[in-house]
Structures are given as structure tokens and as C-alpha cells.
Design a protein around this ligand. Structure first.
Ligand SMILES: Nc1ncnc2c1ncn2[C@@H]1O[C@H](COP(=O)(O)OP(=O)(O)OP(=O)(O)O)[C@@H](O)[C@H]1O
Ligand SMILES: O=C(O)c1ccc[n+]([C@@H]2O[C@H](COP(=O)([O-])O)[C@@H](O)[C@H]2O)c1
Length: 204
């Protein structure tokens, strides 16, 4: 019997936007995934403090995936707390399925700065989507390790989408429209909770 295939899309999701869900759907289709888990980071250690709380980011993710059968929210990193290292998440996954770590080209460039990155690629296949403004180039030391492992990067066919959470936060703080950038239920949640209006930060 074929192994179950599970996609993992980690992120700050501050907030989750339409490129995240489009990327998740593209990965499901291209990789033949049985499910895709969106995993919000508790404390993404390479970033400044996030604007929305962990609970708010979880709430928005759950609204964004509602009704999309193969997309699930996995709160494991928020439940674990502390600085978020992807390798800790991967070491806690059940053995058996074949795992794919989905990421945008901007993160691929940065990959060798991740904690124990070589242990990560021993556990998952990397599947990368192009992102406007990023060349999606893998660092040479990553390519070397992947060649030894015989696990080349999968390039996802993904029409580049010029959407980012930082641009959405900027627009909201400036009172500008986010039409076409957010799921309507997420946009409603943001308005209801008055998120991202002032550029102020929360850390929990
Ligand atoms: N428009 C996009 N196209 C392709 N990948 C994306 C896009 N937006 C986000 N991603 C990928 O989704 C994952 C999670 O992204 P994240 O939650 O950091 O959102 P972001 O839009 O990159 O946020 P920010 O603008 O604050 O950096 C990362 O791997 C990122 O590269
Ligand atoms: O494990 C690490 O050291 C590490 C370093 C940078 C980023 N990551 C993960 O990459 C994903 C995208 O991160 P970000 O900052 O673009 O939202 C998210 O799941 C992070 O936890 C992980």
C-alpha cells in the first residue's frame, strides 16, 4: 500500500492570507497529498515580535481553512511554546507517512540558517513555490546535502502571487483596502478584533 503523504506548511501567519491557502491547495494537487497541515509558529525566532497573539493567529487559520477538506491546522508549535525550531516539530511527528515541507522561495534562500537544517532535510522532502521578489535559489551547501540524500527539491507549479502578510499589516495600519488578499472570514475577524490598526505588538 502507498505511504500516506502529508504536507506541512509552517509560518507566522500574521495573518494567514490567500497566497498561503493557494499554496496549500497547489501542494495538495501537485504532490498528491492526503492532507496538508498549516502549522503556526509560537515564536519564530528570526523575526521581530508578531502583531497578533498565538490564539488570534490560530483562530484566523481555522477560519481560512474551513470547508477545505484536506487542509488542517496543527497547533503543535503553539502548544509546545518557546522559540520555534522546525526540527522539534518534525521529531514529534508519527513515523510512517511521507512528509513534505512546503515553503516559498524566500525561505529557501535562508534555509541553511535554520536550526539543525541538515536533520530537517533528512526527515522531509522540500517543496518550493516561487515568490515575487525572490529567486528561489537553494544555498550550495543545501544542494550538496540533498544530492547525497538523493532527495531533490520539488518545484511546485505555482503562479507567483504578490501577497505578503507584512504588506497586509501595512495596509491595515494605513486604513487601506485588503480586497483580494484575505479570506473574507479572516478579514471580518481582523475588523472585529481591531487587529493591525496601530502597528502595536503582542508577544503571546
Ligand atoms: N505569496 C507567496 N508566495 C509563495 N509562498 C508564500 C507566499 N506568502 C507566504 N509564502 C510562504 O508561506 C510560508 C509562511 O509565510 P509567512 O507566514 O511568513 O507569511 P509572509 O507573507 O511571508 O509574512 P511576512 O510578510 O510577514 O514575511 C513561508 O514559507 C513563505 O515563504
Ligand atoms: O527551525 C528554524 O530554525 C526556522 C528558522 C526560520 C523559519 N522556520 C520556519 O519556517 C516557517 C516560515 O517562517 P516565517 O518566519 O517565514 O513565517 C515557519 O514554520 C518557521 O518556524 C524555522
Amino acid at each position: 500500500m502507498a505511504l500516506r503523504r502529508i504536507g506541512l506548511l509552517g509560518g507566522s501567519f500574521d495573518p494567514v492570507h490567500l497566497a498561503h491557502t493557494a499554496l496549500a491547495q497547489a501542494a495538495c494537487a501537485c504532490l498528491g497529498l492526503d492532507e496538508l497541515q498549516l502549522i503556526p509558529a509560537a515564536d519564530p525566532w528570526q523575526r521581530p515580535p508578531l502583531a497578533a497573539s498565538a490564539q488570534q493567529r490560530l483562530d484566523m487559520l481555522r477560519l481560512a481553512v474551513a470547508g477545505q477538506a484536506r487542509l488542517h491546522v496543527n497547533p503543535v508549535e503553539i502548544e509546545r511554546g518557546g522559540k520555534t525550531y522546525t526540527i522539534d516539530t518534525l521529531e514529534g511527528l508519527p513515523e510512517g507517512p511521507e512528509y513534505y515541507w512546503i515553503l516559498g522561495g524566500d525561505q529557501l534562500r535562508n534555509f541553511c540558517s535554520w536550526h539543525r537544517w541538515a536533520d530537517i532535510v533528512a526527515r522531509v522532502r522540500l517543496a518550493v513555490a516561487q515568490r515575487p521578489g525572490s529567486d528561489s535559489l537553494a544555498p550550495p551547501e543545501l544542494n550538496d546535502v540533498l544530492q547525497v540524500l538523493g532527495r531533490p527539491i520539488v518545484e511546485l507549479p505555482f503562479e507567483p502571487m504578490a501577497i505578503s502578510a507584512s504588506d497586509i499589516r501595512r495596509r491595515l495600519a494605513a486604513g487601506q483596502s485588503t480586497q483580494g488578499l484575505l479570506d473574507p472570514a479572516v478579514a471580518h475577524y481582523i475588523a472585529e478584533h481591531r487587529l493591525y490598526r496601530t502597528g502595536s505588538f503582542q508577544t503571546s
